[in-house]
Design a protein around this ligand. Structure first.
Ligand code: RIB
Ligand code: CA
Length: 314
């Protein structure tokens, strides 16, 4: 087997984060160095609790989980209980976790790990607001050249926004953090709504999880049953977009995705368009090409990967 890919997953679980974490736990190609949690879909105390619940669901109580930023860098925290439920993981009934959360702050862990590992070896998989990553860059700017790549779910251009007409949730919650990350010169692969909106949790696809004989499959189905209802009502589709697992799937099978290297700039001034990802898709400016932005995904292939991997979990 080729060398495993060392990753840190930064996340605000969230049902779609949960499925992304399960996919990573089920993928031996990946070496999960840790999971760092951030305030986003729900407050930090819940995202940290949910991360532990998910690791225990996936049979991995050994995973190191760190708690990070309790709020965005500048703006007040905006959460999304209307999408994810009061707990942030509504749907399945999961037992309270026994596994611990690490004492060290996530930002210190990120800096220490990047400074101690060989430069250019660690991939950051970000599934929520970019607060932890930006604060780590402010705390220790030298990590920028040591990060191999960031694979991030966030933003939108052709699909516009999902929390405002112009902004996607992860970027909207902490646009200042996003600007710091996108301006840091780190190789970024971005999974925007333009791509994730093609990965719909149709009833047929959810049934494939529900009928699995393990515990992770039915729990995934229960999470998606709850998670998709908000977007099904909003978009009138069969199923809702499954955003965060696209990040992990890209690492496993990049051929499922198609995109291009362009400039991504973040709106941090106008309240009307706060958090918009201004993506220079047609390269009409001379702004630096700072991100590989994914535009299309092979949805069938994506769900086949998801189904095959989650079936291997407890
Ligand atoms: O806009 C979708 C993103 O916001 C996903 O990461 C979802 O979990 C929420 O964090
Ligand atoms: Ca998320």
């Amino acid at each position: 087997m080729p060398k495993r890919i060392p990753i840190i997953i930064d996340t605000d679980p969230g049902q779609d984060d949960a499925v992304a974490i399960l996919l990573a736990l089920a993928s031996p190609e990946l070496e999960i160095l840790a999971i760092t949690t951030v305030a986003g879909n729900v407050p930090l105390a819940l995202t940290e609790l949910n991360a532990r619940k998910i690791c225990e669901l996936g049979g991995r109580p050994d995973i190191a989980i760190y708690s990070g930023a309790i709020r965005p860098m500048v703006r007040n925290l905006v959460t999304a209980e209307e999408v994810h439920g009061k707990t942030g993981l509504d749907g399945p009934v999961l037992p309270d976790p026994v596994m611990p959360v690490q004492k060290q702050h996530a930002i210190d862990f990120i800096v220490e790990t990047l400074m101690s590992h060989p430069a250019g070896t660690i991939t950051l998989c970000t599934l929520g607001p970019l607060t932890n990553i930006a604060l780590a860059l402010v705390r220790e700017p030298r990590i920028a050249s040591r990060i191999k790549q960031i694979v991030a779910m966030g933003g939108g251009y052709f699909e516009q926004g999902n929390v405002t007409p112009s902004a996607e949730f992860n970027i909207y919650v902490d646009p200042h953090a996003a600007r710091i990350v996108f301006d840091a010169g780190i190789p970024i692969t971005l999974m925007p709504l333009d791509c994730t909106h093609q990965a719909l949790t149709t009833q047929k696809r959810i049934e494939a999880f529900r009928t699995m004989t393990n515990r992770s499959g039915p729990a995934t189905a229960a999470m998606l049953d709850f998670f998709e209802r908000f977007d099904e009502n909003k978009y009138g589709t069969d199923g809702g977009p499954l955003h965060d697992p696209c990040v992990i799937a890209w690492l496993l099978q990049p051929e499922l995705f198609e995109g291009r290297l362009v400039n991504v700039s973040i709106e941090c001034e106008s309240e009307l368009t706060m958090g918009a990802t201004v993506i220079d898709w047609w390269k009409v400016t001379r702004r630096p090409l700072n991100a590989q932005v994914m535009r299309n995904v092979d949805a069938e292939g994506f769900f086949t990967l998801l189904r095959d991997r989650i079936a291997t979990l407890p």
